[in-house]
Design a protein around this ligand. Structure first.
Ligand SMILES: [Zn+2]
Length: 181
């Protein structure tokens, strides 16, 4: 079992925060798409928000179709570099419960992990809630053999720097591709 570090970008935190705020006491969630930074470190770059919701407090259904469509776009955007940019797991809110996986949460994560079509070596579940107007996040990594390890959650405080770097990279690419005279 390995310790997994999860980094959340400001954008991802904002989306989750706003979604939870809108959902109030209802549970809501979706999928996590991440970048593999180093051996045990992953940065969540995108989250989906499930459109289908059953309405009962503890039952939550992922918006599979819209989520997979968004995943296809994510793959394409990152040039199908699956080993670096891929589905990491799911997130959902516990507005009325502790930030701890329920028995159902554990069961569905292990079921998903053992799904050959998902083909994951491990999966992450983030459980979130708004407390005192702040987003609280706990995460767990699920491994084969019914093993679950708590994740280290880090907040990306260098978002602006990353944006700047991406911008520089983009302009370099543009120069590279522009015709030379
Ligand atoms: Zn739950």
């Amino acid at each position: 079992m390995e310790k997994i570090n999860i980094i959340l970008t400001n954008e991802v935190q904002n989306i989750i925060f706003e979604t939870c705020k809108k959902s109030g006491r209802r549970e809501i969630g979706g999928m996590l798409f991440a970048q593999h930074l180093s051996t045990n470190e992953f940065k969540v770059l995108e989250v989906t928000v499930a459109m289908e919701y059953l309405g009962t407090m503890s039952r939550f259904i992922r918006g599979i179709v819209s989520g997979l469509r968004q995943l296809a776009k994510f793959y394409k955007y990152h040039n199908y570099f699956y080993s670096k940019y891929n589905y990491l797991g799911d997130w959902h809110s516990h507005p009325n419960f502790k930030l701890y996986p329920s028995v159902t949460d554990d069961a569905s994560m292990f079921k998903l992990l053992h799904d050959v079509e998902v083909g994951a070596y491990f999966l992450v579940l983030l459980i979130v809630k708004i407390k005192n107007s702040q987003l609280k996040v706990n995460g767990w990594a699920y491994f084969p053999g019914n093993k679950r390890v708590k994740c280290e959650i880090k907040v990306d405080t260098h978002a602006l720097k990353y944006v700047a770097l991406t911008y520089i990279q983009a302009s370099l690419d543009l120069n590279y591709h522009s015709p030379t005279h």
